[in-house]
Ligand binder design. Structure first.
Ligand code: ADP
Ligand code: MG
Ligand code: ZN
Length: 617
């Protein structure tokens, strides 16, 4: 027999709180946006106001207790406008206004009656109490951190509870792990080191592309050592008011020192640690700089205090960090967390595959081989996509086919079956892709052509040729580089031969081919004319190369011309090679393209068989 619960009636106290809170919210809205209930002056954020001050778009400012009103100058298409913003306790404002030649005055005292005056004294505390009680009643911790902007947002992970993550959960980054094992040891038995007079490292910077497991590693260090883990993200500081960021840093470290030994993890360190010389939105003396200074002070301070707090930080842009951060006693250790190699990818896949049900035909090694360049997060995503696909296909376990399809999803975005190419376009794309494939096949090298497709995917690619290395390669010889350039030009060359004209579809291929050729000449010293000299400036890290287009050292005009000439020759030679391969295999180009036009995808054994018919040029 079921016993029915007496429905819970709210206590009078709870009703009282609710009423107070409702009144508070109403009045707060009124304060924040008086336009709704009264004055129609548009409100803008304080940051925008400052920006307008700095760009001298303002000519008059009236500073009141609760509101700053100001006049935006007329410009071009819009007339002068009165705007308002909510003031922030900002002692620098008068200086800033003066510096920008803006007329300003204190607002006249409000001409309100005694009643409004009384209200303005009585109501704010009521609002405060009401909201506070309301939030506090929502459960433990409900009211925390909402009212005091100063309170830091660092999340505390209690040892053994939240951080069950250990090194076993991280794979493919063995060197980073090896370096961090030492840190774990410091945290576990600091005495062993201090007895010998060794200085325990204070800051370790984890450097690497997104998704390679930096956050995961930091948590694993805390988990292995069984210490608390405080984490905060640099980007959280960015939009804060002046002085709040540094106060938060101070609080965070205070809290951390109490819990020592422990780990403080600062994600996206570059958001606060940008080089001061690079200047920011507010020019020299801004919030970010204060936060950065506070961080430096804290790191210097606790070395003296002797508490074992180790600061781990993560960034994917170490080159923009302020040099002061990298000095001894601060982040003087850098640990590279790079993308995993073949074996690493297989182990990462195994870790994430534990969470899903795998079919008998699944071969993770094969999947790892097909995913060079994937970071840990991409592989985690891949496994999840595969599980979703298996569910959609009403399978009981994830099959190899699901994983294969998931790769393509992760690589190129979701299939856009709905996007239909016109007949003519489809034909061009087909010949173009087969051009890549045939030239790639003939040029040999370590890449194998796995698949040609003219099913459009994602936003950019109309078709694609999937060429996967049979092994991970770190060194390529000149012949292979020339082969890659020719392969990139294969698409355009096919269009030339078949249609006698070229389309815009080849632009990206040309870009990449030219980049490769330029690197051969300027970085790898593969030029006969220019010799084994490096003409580029060399970037500080490998993955930067992907982002910054090869900055050249200051070279003479003559050398610069010689470089251009050499690059042109390399590309032109590759182009001729591609053309002759395709001309020698004109019929095969036709056959495969026609096959591709009917089936949209050619892959695996049937592709092997077709390509094997190719003859040497
Ligand atoms: P980062 O901080 O470098 O951007 P994260 O640590 O946030 O990367 O990684 C996001 C997720 O991707 C992790 O929670 C984990 O599931 C997965 N992942 C990333 N790298 C690895 C790795 N090396 N081993 C296992 N899983 C990983
Ligand atoms: Mg992260
Ligand atoms: Zn192409």
């Amino acid at each position: 027999m079921a016993i029915q619960d007496q429905p819970k009636r709210p206590t009078p106290r709870q009703i009282g709180n609710l009423v107070l809170a409702a009144a508070g919210v109403f009045l707060l809205i009124n304060l924040v946006a008086p336009g709704i209930f009264g004055s129609p002056i548009p409100q803008v954020p304080y940051s925008l106001f400052i920006h307008q001050v700095e760009s001298q778009a303002i000519d008059q400012v009236s500073i009141g207790q609760n509101q700053i009103r100001y006049r935006l100058k007329a410009s071009g298409d819009h007339p002068a406008q009165i705007l308002a913003t909510t003031p922030i306790f900002d002692l620098d404002l008068p200086k800033l206004l003066e510096a920008n030649g803006i007329e300003f005055a204190a607002a006249p005292p409000p001409r309100n009656g005694w009643f409004t005056n009384l209200l303005s004294w009585v109501v704010p505390p009521l609002i405060f109490v009401g909201i506070w009680r309301f939030l506090a009643n929502r459960g433990p911790g409900g009211g925390q951190g909402v009212l005091s902007i100063n309170q830091n947002k660092a999340r505390v992970y209690v040892p053994g509870e939240t951080t069950k993550i250990t090194f076993a959960d991280v794979a493919g980054v063995d060197e980073a792990k090896a370096e961090l094992v030492e840190i774990v040891d410091f945290l576990k038995s600091p005495d062993r080191y201090t007895q010998l007079g060794a200085r325990i490292p204070r800051g370790v910077l984890l450097v690497g592309p997104p998704g390679t497991g930096k956050t995961l590693l930091a948590k694993a260090v805390a988990g292995e050592a069984g210490v608390s883990f405080f984490s905060i993200s640099g980007s959280e500081f960015v939009e804060l008011f002046v002085g709040v960021g540094s106060a938060r840093v101070r609080d965070l470290f205070q809290q951390a020192k109490k819990e020592a030994p422990c780990i403080v993890f600062i994600d996206e360190l570059d958001a606060i640690g940008k080089s001061r010389s690079s200047g920011g939105f507010y020019g020299g003396n801004d919030e970010r700089e204060q936060t950065l200074n506070q961080l430096l002070t804290e790191m210097d301070g606790f070395s003296a205090s002797g508490a074992t707090v180790i600061v781990l930080a993560a960034t994917n842009r170490p080159e923009i960090l302020d040099p002061a951060l990298l000095r001894p006693g601060r982040f003087d250790r850098q640990v590279l967390v790079d993308r995993p190699d073949l074996a690493g990818r297989e182990r990462i896949l195994q870790i994430h595959a534990q969470k899903v049900k795998l079919g008998a035909d699944v071969n993770l090694h094969e999947i790892a081989a097909r995913t060079p360049g994937f970071a840990g997060a991409d592989l985690a995503n891949l496994v999840n996509e595969a599980a979703l696909l298996a569910a959609r296909n009403s399978r009981v376990a994830v099959a190899q086919a699901d994983l294969n399809e998931a790769i393509e999803r992760v690589v190129a975005g979701l299939e856009k079956k709905s996007r239909v190419l016109g007949e003519k376009e489809k034909k061009i794309v087909a010949y173009h892709e087969v051009g890549h494939a045939l030239v790639g096949y003939q040029m040999g090298g370590s890449n194998r052509i796995q698949k040609i497709s003219i099913v459009p995917r994602g936003m950019a690619a109309l078709g694609y040729t999937l060429q996967a290395p049979t092994e991970d390669r770190f060194l390529l010889d000149e012949q292979e580089l020339r082969g890659q350039i020719a392969t990139l030009l294969g698409g355009r060359s096919a269009e030339e031969i078949v249609f006698g004209s070229i389309t815009t579809g080849a632009a990206n291929d040309l870009q990449r081919a030219t980049d490769l050729a330029e690197r051969m000449v300027t970085s790898y010293g593969m030029s006969k004319v220019l010799g084994p000299l490096a003409y580029d400036r060399g970037s500080r890290s490998q993955f930067l190369e992907d982002q910054v287009p090869n900055p050249r050292r200051l070279v003479s005009d003559q050398t610069s011309m010689a470089i251009d000439q050499e690059v042109k020759e390399i590309v032109e030679m590759a182009h001729q090679q591609a053309l002759s391969i395709l001309k020698a295999n004109r019929d095969l180009l036709e056959t495969i393209s026609n096959q591709l036009l009917t089936t949209e995808v050619v892959e695996g054994e049937s592709l092997e068989k077709l390509l094997a018919q190719a003859v040497k040029a």
